[in-house]
Design a protein around this ligand. Sequence first.
Ligand code: TRP
Length: 370
Amino acid sequence: MANEKNIILTGDRPTGRLHLGHYVGSLKRRVELQNSGRFDAINILIADDQALTDNADNPAKIRDNIVQVALDYLSVGIDPNKSTICIQSALPALHALTFYYMNLVTTARLSRNPTVKAEIQMRGFADEGLPAGFFSYPVSQAADITAFNATVVPVGEDQLPMIEQTREIVEKFNRIYGETLVFPKALIPENETQRRLPGVDGKAKMSKSLGNCIYLSDDAKTVKKQVNGKMFTDPQHLRIEDPGHLEGNVVFTYLDALATDAHFAAFLPEYANLGEMKAHYCRGGLGDGTCKKFLINVLETELGPIRAERAKWEADIDAVYDVLREGTKRAVEITNETLERVRAAMRINYFNDRSIVKEWETLLKAAKLQ
Ligand code: TRP
C-alpha cells in the first residue's frame, strides 16, 4: 500500500465568499483537526477546476473568488504552517488521474449520484443541456482525494456520494492494477444542525442567490441586520408570557449549532445551558428579543476574531499569494508522486527507464519464432 498515514484532504469550490454554513458544517472542524496533532498531513484544495464545470462562461468569477476563499481559510485559523492550501488547476496530475478514472466509471453510475442530480435540476441543465465536465466532476473529485492519499475527507453531508464514488474507483483500480490507491473515509459533523444550517430565512441551506447568508466576512452591523431583520422565531409567540415553540424556530436552530455553556456564562448567566433556556422559552416568559440578542452575542464571539484575522491578511495580499504558491508547490510534488505510482501500476510509465525496450524486443522475437 502507498502509505498508512493519516491524511486529510478537503476542499471548496471558489464560487463565492464562505459563510456561516460552511463554518459550522466544516471549517471549524478542519481547524480542530488541524490542531489535534492526529494527522500527518492536512491538505485543503481550492477546487477552481470543479467550479469551472458549471461556470465555463465566467472564469473571472472563479478567479476573483480564489482570494476570498483563501482569506476565509486563513481567517478562521487554517494555519499554512500546518496545512497545505493549494489551487486545483495548478496540479496537472489531477487532470491525468481524472482521465484514467473516467474509464473505471460508467455513465449509468454517474447518473445515479443524488447530489449531482439535484445540482443538475438547480442549474437548469436538464433543459439547457448538461456539460460533460459537470456530469463527471465526481470522477475529478476522486482524483483530488486519491492524489493526496487521503484517508479522511471532512465534508458536508451532501458530499457523501462523492466519497462513495471515490471508494468504488479505488476498489476497481486496485483490483485491476494491483494495490495502489488508498481508501478514503468521509467525516461529517455529528451535530444534525451543524450538518445543514438553514439560511437566516429558515427556508433552505444558506445560498448566495437566496440572500439568506451570514458571511464570515460580514461586518457586525450586517450580521445584526440579518438576525433582527430576517430571522424567524415562533409566529405564535405573540406575548412574552405565551409558551414558545422550538420547531422551525431559526434562532434556536442557530443556537443549537453554535451556543456553548461558556456563551451562557458570558451573556445569559440566568441559564446554565441551552437546555434551560429552551425550557423557559417553551414554558413562556422568555422574549424573542432576548433570544436574538443572545444569538447576536454568540455570533459575534465566533465571528469577531475571524473578522480581525481577515483584516490582517487583507492588508497583505502578497502574503496570501505566497501561501497559495508555497502550498501549491508542495501539492504538485505529492500529486505527481501519486500519478507516477498510478502509471507504474498500469504499466504505462514508458519513459521512466528503458526496460520496456527489452520487453518489446523479446515480444518481437517470440512473434518471429511462431
Ligand atoms: N465538491 C466539493 C464542494 O462542492 C468541493 C471539493 C472538490 C472537494 N474537491 C474536493 C471536497 C475533494 C472534498 C474533497 O464543496
